[in-house]
Design a binder for this molecule. Structure first.
Ligand code: HEM
Length: 142
C-alpha cells in the first residue's frame, strides 16, 4: 500500500467512532446477533455461506476482527489497510463479492447506530460516513 493513502484518520473522527462503539456496547451488549440478522435480511444470498458455522464461532470471530480493524483503521492504522485489502481478496475465494464485503462495514454502522439510540449524533454519522468511504478504497485496491 503506497504511503500516499496511509494517512491516519483525523483524531476527532477516531474519537467519534470509538465513542459510538463504546456507547453501542454499553446499550446493546454483544451486537453479533443483530449484525448477522441485518446482513441476512439485506443480503439473504449470503446466509448459506455460513451453514458450516453451526455454533456461530466464525461469525463472532469475523465480526470481532472487523471491529478491531475499524478501530485500528481510525487509530494508528498499524495493519487495517493491509488486512482489509487482503481479506477482500480472500473473501472472493469464499464467493463474497467485493461490494458485499464492503457492505458489511455499512451494516456494522447501521447496527451501531441502532444500538446507540438517542445517543447517536450527527457527528458520529459524519465520522462513520467518512470512514466507510475511505474503507471502500482499501476494499477496491486489495
Ligand atoms: C458480507 C460480507 C462478508 C461475508 C459474507 C463473509 C463471509 C465469511 C465466511 C463464510 C468466512 C468463513 C470462511 C471459512 O472458514 O471457510 C469468513 C471468514 C473470515 N472473515 Fe468474512 N465475510 C464478510 C466480510 C468480512 C469483513 C468485512 C471482514 C473484515 C475484517 C472479514 C473478516 C474475516 C476473517 C478475518 C475471517 C477468518 C478467515 C480468514 O482469514 O479469511 N469478513 N468470512
Amino acid at each position: 500500500m503506497g504511503a500516499a493513502v496511509q494517512v491516519n484518520a483525523p483524531a476527532e473522527q477516531s474519537a467519534l467512532i470509538g465513542a459510538s462503539l463504546e456507547l453501542a456496547a454499553e446499550r446493546g451488549g454483544d451486537l453479533t446477533a443483530a449484525v448477522y440478522a441485518r446482513l441476512f435480511r439485506e443480503r439473504p444470498e449470503l446466509e448459506p455461506l455460513f451453514v458450516m458455522d453451526t455454533d456461530a464461532a466464525v461469525r463472532g470471530e469475523m465480526l470481532a476482527r472487523a471491529f478491531d480493524a475499524i478501530l485500528d483503521f481510525v487509530g494508528e492504522r498499524a495493519y487495517a489497510g493491509h488486512l482489509i485489502g487482503a481479506e477482500a481478496t480472500n473473501h472472493e475465494g469464499y464467493l463474497v463479492p467485493r461490494e458485499a464485503f464492503a457492505s458489511f462495514f455499512a451494516i456494522m454502522r447501521d447496527v451501531v447506530q441502532d444500538a446507540c439510540g438517542a445517543g447517536w449524533s450527527e457527528d458520529m454519522a459524519d465520522a462513520w460516513r467518512a470512514t466507510l468511504a475511505e474503507l471502500h478504497h482499501y476494499v477496491a485496491a486489495g
